[in-house]
Ligand binder design. Structure first.
Ligand code: PHE
Length: 366
């Protein structure tokens, strides 16, 4: 037991956690002196054990208590040292005006998600590298369908494991199929995202953005489609005098198909969305493709078209941004010119909401 005092002294003097641990092993470890004493109890006579036993146990408790006390003291000293070294000066001034801005495409997508969330639509996504079954076949465009040729598709040289041609999706409509297959019905989704077509001029870029809408439920008809698009366009352009004109059209995946024009008014020679296109200083411009989901597409989506009906629509996000915020060259959207972004970008903290209104581009602020 003569080791007790030196051990306690050594523990009190230990100046690192490792030194404390070494002392623990030397005393309480398997080969430690306290453990050896405890083992010796077995060979003692009952009288000897009654007198020595409590002293050995007391020594063990004393060593264990000293060890944990010293360890705690060293740990808190280490924490103090770390806190002292890592000072944060809370009196420093806040950074000047935040730098960077939100791209109009992101801004408009956020606005659209907010507007449609209010009508009960969730956001769905699909891959930009698609197969021709989802992009064409399941949308009622079999291999020989002439509409395939009109899409100016970028194909990959190789096919996938199922022998399907791989391509960059030419529209967001394949997300209709993916949503029906993965979520079933009823369904209310929008699918914003990048799409690709081999096309390039002032109003076309090889990559652009679309947003798809899909509603599948029972008893859905064209009236639901018209109300939804009217409500959406009024919220998006933030004016009540939005007048729609629905024209019969053709898409393989909708039947009937409807192209939607919105009335515009000429203000200083510029087209501003709002008012009747038939007014003296007005006109119509096409903003959306839409229609009732074709029965065949509902079947490809794994649903029974006798039970489920729906409508779908699709439009260009970049075009919506240009119409609302007044840019006239689409190519500038993707040039990455910081001067353009400083002018047309949106403040990062101005999250669009229906209640507070949407943002004003940074460069256009009063
Ligand atoms: N996918 C069509 C296009 O890219 C738009 C559309 C979507 C039309 C949904 C009808 C229904 O032009």
């Amino acid at each position: 037991m003569e080791q007790l005092e030196p051990t306690l002294a050594a523990i009190a003097a230990a100046d690192t956690i490792d030194a404390v641990e070494a002392l623990r092993v030397a005393a309480l470890g398997k080969q430690g002196w306290v453990s050896a004493l405890l083992k010796s109890l077995g060979g003692m006579s009952p009288e000897e054990r009654t007198s020595t036993g409590p002293r050995i146990h007391a020594a063990r408790e004393a060593v264990a208590a000293a060890l944990s006390e010293r360890r705690a003291a060293l740990e808190s000293a280490a924490l103090e040292a770390k806190l002292a070294a890592e000072t944060a000066d809370l009196s420093l001034p806040a950074p000047a005006a935040p730098r960077g801005s939100v791209h109009p495409v992101s801004q408009v997508m956020d606005e659209l998600a907010e507007i449609f969330a209010d009508m009960g639509f969730a956001v769905a996504t699909g891959p930009e590298i698609e197969d021709d079954w989802h992009n064409f076949t399941a949308l009622n465009m079999p291999e020989t369908h002439p509409a395939r040729a009109m899409h100016d598709t970028f194909y990959f040289p190789d096919q996938d494991a199922q022998g399907r041609s791989m391509l960059l999706r030419t529209h967001t409509s394949p997300v209709q199929i993916r949503s029906m297959l993965s979520q079933g019905a009823p369904l209310r989704v929008i699918a914003p995202g990048r799409v690709y077509r081999s096309d390039s001029d002032a109003t076309h870029t090889p990559m652009f953005h679309q947003i798809e809408g899909l509603v599948i439920d029972k008893g859905i008809h064209l009236g639901h489609l018209k109300w939804t698009l009217e409500t959406f366009l009024k919220a998006f352009f933030e004016r009540e005098d939005i007048v729609l004109r629905l024209r019969p059209s053709y898409f393989p995946f909708t039947e009937p198909s409807v192209e939607v024009d919105v009335g515009y008014t000429l203000v200083n020679g510029k087209r501003v969305v709002g008012g009747s296109g038939d007014a003296a200083n007005g006109g119509w411009m096409e903003v959306l493709g839409s229609g009732m989901v074709n029965r065949k597409v509902i079947e490809f989506g794994g649903l029974d078209p006798n039970e489920w009906q729906g409508f779908a629509f699709g439009t260009g996000v970049d075009r919506l941004a240009m119409l609302k915020y007044g840019m006239d060259d689409l190519r500038a959207f993707f040039d990455g010119d910081v001067r353009w972004l400083a002018h047309y970008g949106f403040g990062a903290l101005d999250v669009p909401t229906l209640s507070a209104g949407v943002g004003v581009p940074v460069g256009v602020r009063a």
